[in-house]
Design a protein around this ligand. Sequence first.
Ligand SMILES: [Zn+2]
Length: 240
Amino acid sequence: MTSEMDVERLTDWLWCLRTPIVQAYAVRQGEGFNLIDTSTPGNERAILEALGGGVTIHDIVLTHGHDDHIGSAAKLVEHTRARVLAPAGEVGFIQGEEAMPPPQFLEWEKPLFERVNPNVPKAPPVHVDVALEEGAMLDWDRPAVVVSAPGHTPGSTALLFEEEKVLVAGDAIASHEGEPMLGVFNSDPPLAVQSFRRLAELDVEVACFGHGDPVRSDARAKLARVAAQHSRSDESVEQP
Ligand SMILES: [Zn+2]
């Protein structure tokens, strides 16, 4: 199965790989790439073609163990021998050794989940070569710092490109009509809110997510506005 893969070059080094369901990201590394997430299962060829075909994939970072993020990782490793890095708290889920805790749905999320979930096939497990801890530094052409953002899943993690002021947040954050919002379908919603607040304190200009368009400018201020709404009352935050 191959779905359409739309490529958007957010910068000369960061590309967004979009299907109708989810976004993964490619980060330039020499003549090749590193990947952040791998879309739904069956997209390995679409991803490689989108990057130019025959390219080297050095590292694949999985932000968390959901099927729409780890989906094509196992096949990509087969094709490219890439190294897989993932948050220590997600390794058991990603390797298929532990069951992912289910989302604690807010009422408005239930119909959305019922609409989206049947379109996400189950991902094959993939071996994780490197377990990532908070603060770990990825020694890429553009170095990235591992920032823990649990709550969406127990070990959800974001990557911060400090120098470039770019955050790739996995599903800890999403966006709707250009505005950031708390990611949906969280296993621990209060913890997800705490993580959102932490991420909103980072000095970032651009923020990228698994779901919803990237915020291309002034991301810190936009995230801070949403974080402040959550501070007033977690229940009052409007749904998209
Ligand atoms: Zn997710």
